[in-house]
Design a protein around this ligand. Structure first.
Ligand code: FEO
Length: 403
């Protein structure tokens, strides 16, 4: 299963059909680890694959070129989903020199104990290496996704190997954006951005500024479909996501022991939908929802109601996981309200309120706390809070992102 991007540049990676957990990212469509072969007077492999699949990579390379004819292996990123197989790959490419930046070499030294035996050539930012008719240009993109991250660009083809950036977790026999449902590709790219890239949005903006001055016909990421027909769409999406723009959307995220907190959540939802003007309300019971999906929706949500019953003086365990995950992802600050029920101590709502403040979000209504079942007054309070969140989402919305 290979594909030609342009003449003599081939996809030689691996489709991981059955991966469903990518270090906690729910990859319900599977994933790919994209590797590319550039054949010219000299031949280069761009990135490797996860270590269990390196044999497939070697087989794919060998279908195009004798292995001792490969001159270079470029390592754009040291994370093991790409570089995990690089040691084994180099064993099979006796004449290949590894091209990477200094930080990448240091990271690889942390994963492999034999890199002293590898032929390594350090490349500087914007350095160029000629393959013959084509050149490889290396562009450092620190923190998109790790400190050593780098793009490789071929000016003659206006082709950018963008490593994790612009990627999506989709396993498919198709290789290009115009061979797959575009809305699904953009949705998975959004999920990838939300769950992997969001903390580095500032660095993404710096990278987009560089890209703006670079003609790009094809973006070949390390995961998922290759962008050749919708380059402008994915670049525009990255601009929006990295700017932290809000959509007209309110999330209600909660857990409940005996459904009292659920009743409040439902009434907040009623408050949101009572406001017209197309506010999109999405409700997640956290024990029945995927963290990956919650984070994807969080990326552009304007408002968030977050609720938990009090359990042993704390929030409920899966709410705790949500709080940890969402804070780490450093989304644009949300307008929020805390809610929950309790029996004899209302600590959960206090914890949620404190979390909202410490995360830099804005409490937009008083916390709602009910002792056991919510009273009619609590439910009115909840409906009002939903309505305030929705009206604020309308006020804050610069434009609606539909995918
Ligand atoms: Fe796909 Fe940051 O590795």
């Amino acid at each position: 299963m290979t594909a030609e991007l342009v003449k003599n540049i081939h996809w030689v990676g691996f489709v991981d059909w059955n991966v469903r957990d990518f270090h906690s990212f729910d990859t319900w469509r599977g994933a790919t680890y994209n590797s590319y072969l550039v054949k010219d007077d000299k031949t280069a492999v761009i990135d490797a694959v996860k270590s269990p699949y390196v044999e497939n990579l070697i087989k794919n390379i060998a279908s195009y070129v004798e292995l001792d004819k490969v001159n270079y292996v470029v390592c754009n990123h040291a994370e093991p989903d790409h570089a995990g197989g690089i040691g084994e790959l180099l064993k099979h490419l006796p004449n290949a020199t590894l091209l990477c930046n200094t930080k990448c070499r240091d990271a690889l030294a942390g994963y492999f104990n034999n890199i002293d035996s590898w032929k390594i050539q350090i490349v500087a930012n914007e350095e160029t290496i000629s393959l013959g008719k084509r050149k490889l240009v290396f562009i450092n993109t620190p923190m998109v996704h790790w400190p050593e991250s780098m793009f490789t660009y071929i000016p003659e083809d206006e082709l950018l190997f963008s490593m994790d950036a612009f990627g999506q977790h989709i396993a498919t026999s198709e290789r290009f954006d115009d061979e797959y449902d575009l809305n699904s590709v953009l949705r998975e790219a959004k999920s990838y951005y939300a769950n992997i890239v969001t903390p580095y949005s500032k660095q993404v903006q710096s990278t987009l500024a560089i890209a703006a001055n670079t003609p790009i016909k094809i973006i070949a990421p390390s995961h998922g479909l290759i962008w050749r027909s919708h380059v402008a769409d994915i670049v525009a999406a990255y601009k929006k996501w990295s700017a932290g723009n809000y959509a007209r959307k309110v999330l209600i995220i909660y857990d409940s022991m005996w459904e009292s907190t659920t009743q409040i959540a439902n009434e907040i939802l009623n408050g949101v939908v009572s406001v017209s003007d197309g506010v999109d309300a999405r409700m997640f019971h956290v024990r029945k929802s995927s963290l990956t999906e919650i984070a994807t929706e969080m990326l552009d949500a304007a408002g968030v109601a977050i609720g938990s019953s009090t359990l042993n003086t704390q929030v409920m365990p899966q709410i705790s996981a949500v709080l940890t995950y969402i804070r780490g992802l450093k989304f644009s600050p949300k307008f929020a309200v805390a809610f929950g029920s309790y029996g004899w101590g209302a600590q959960a709502v206090d914890i949620l309120e404190k979390w909202i403040k410490e995360t830099g979000w804005t409490s937009i209504a008083n916390p709602i706390k009910s002792k056991f079942r919510p009273t009619p007054e609590h439910l009115i309070e909840a409906k009002n809070a939903g309505s305030i969140l929705a009206k604020n989402a309308i006020e804050q919305t610069k434009e609606t992102i539909k995918f």
